[in-house]
Design a protein around this ligand. Structure first.
Ligand code: CP
Length: 292
C-alpha cells in the first residue's frame, strides 16, 4: 500500500513517470482507468482548487468519489479523527484524500495501514500534489530543462505548506531556491534569504508568489497590508520585460500578492497551474491506485 504524505514518498523514477503521464493525459484524455475504484475526500479545511481538482481527476478516470464534510459529520459529536478514518476505511475505499490543519495528520492516518492516504494539504508542513503540479508547469515551460534553474519563493513562507513541499521537491530536482520575505514571514532555513524583492529580479527564472495566510497567524503580523503589498506584490512594473515564469498556488490576494494587471499577463501561469493540476492528480491517482 503506497501513501502520499509528501513527495519523498515517490522515487525519482515515479516522479519521472508522473511527469510523463501528466503530459500524456494533457495531450489525450486517457480511458476510464479507475472505473471500478472509489475515493473518499475528507477536507477539514476549506478548498476550492485541490478538492475539486481531485474530484475532476478521479471522475475523468471513471472513479466514484464520496465527499465527507467534517463540519456536518460525527466529528461534531466528538468522534476522533482516527475513529472517523477507521469507519470510512471499513467501507473499503481505494484511497482517502485528506486535508487537515495539523502537520502530522496524513502520516498518522497512513500508519493505520487501512487505506492509501493522499495528503491534500497538512498544516504548514506539506502539500505534495501542489508541488508536483508546479514542477510539471515549470518543466512544461522550460521543455524539461529545469536543472540549475532558480526559483524565488516570495511571501508568507513560514506558514506555507506549498513552500515547504516546493523547497523539498525543487531542490531535489536540482533547482536553486531563494526565499524572499519580510522577517515575520521568513522561516529558519539554510537557503539564501532576501528581504528586498527587487534584489532578486535579475537572478531568477521563476517566481512563486504566496498568499499571506492570515488564518495561520496567532497574532497580527502586519498592521498594514498596503505596506506589505508595496514591498512584495508582483506587478508589471517589477517584472518589467523580464522573462520570468510567475506561479501562485491560489487563492491569490489580488493587488497584495499579484497585481490585477500582472494576473492578465501571459507570464503568469495561475490558471495553467490549475489546469495542469487535474492532469497531475490523474497521474498520481493512477500511480497510487493502479501501478503501486
Ligand atoms: N492551492 C490550493 O491548495 O488551493 P485550495 O486551498 O483552494 O485547495
Amino acid at each position: 500500500m503506497q501513501h502520499l504524505v509528501d513527495t519523498d514518498d515517490f522515487s525519482d523514477s515515479q516522479i519521472a513517470q508522473l511527469l510523463a503521464d501528466t503530459k500524456r493525459f494533457k495531450s489525450k484524455h486517457p480511458p476510464l482507468l479507475l472505473y471500478n475504484k472509489l475515493l473518499i475526500t475528507l477536507f477539514f479545511e476549506p478548498s476550492t482548487r485541490t478538492r475539486s481538482s481531485f474530484e475532476v481527476a478521479a471522475k475523468r478516470l471513471g472513479a466514484a468519489v464520496v465527499h465527507l464534510d467534517p463540519s456536518r459529520s460525527s466529528a461534531k459529536k466528538g468522534e476522533s479523527l482516527e475513529d472517523t478514518f477507521a469507519n470510512l476505511c471499513a467501507m473499503e475505499p481505494d484511497g482517502i484524500i485528506v486535508r487537515h490543519s495539523k502537520n502530522d495528520t496524513p502520516k498518522l492516518l497512513a500508519k493505520m495501514h487501512t487505506s492509501p492516504v493522499i495528503n491534500a494539504g497538512a498544516g504548514n508542513y506539506a502539500h505534495p500534489t501542489q508541488a508536483l503540479l508546479d514542477l510539471f508547469t515549470i518543466a512544461e515551460h522550460f521543455d524539461g530543462d529545469i536543472k540549475g534553474k532558480t526559483i524565488a519563493i516570495v511571501g508568507d513562507i513560514v506558514s506555507s505548506r506549498v513552500a515547504n513541499s516546493a523547497i523539498r521537491l525543487m531542490t531535489r530536482m536540482g533547482m536553486h531556491v531563494l526565499l524572499v520575505a519580510p522577517e515575520q514571514f521568513m522561516p529558519h532555513s539554510n537557503l539564501p534569504q532576501y528581504r528586498n524583492l527587487d534584489d532578486i529580479m535579475d537572478k531568477v527564472d521563476i517566481i512563486m508568489s504566496l498568499r499571506a495566510q492570515l488564518e495561520r497567524h496567532e497574532t497580527e503580523l502586519f498592521e498594514d497590508y498596503d505596506d506589505y503589498a508595496r514591498q512584495y506584490c508582483i506587478t508589471k512594473e517589477r517584472m518589467h520585460n523580464r522573462d520570468i515564469l510567475l506561479l501562485h498556488p491560489g487563492p491569490v490576494m489580488r493587488n497584495i500578492d499579484i497585481s490585477d494587471a500582472m494576473l492578465e499577463d501571459p507570464r503568469c501561469k495561475v490558471l495553467a497551474q490549475v489546469k495542469n493540476g487535474v492532469f497531475m492528480r490523474m497521474a498520481i491517482l493512477k500511480l497510487l491506485l493502479l501501478d503501486a
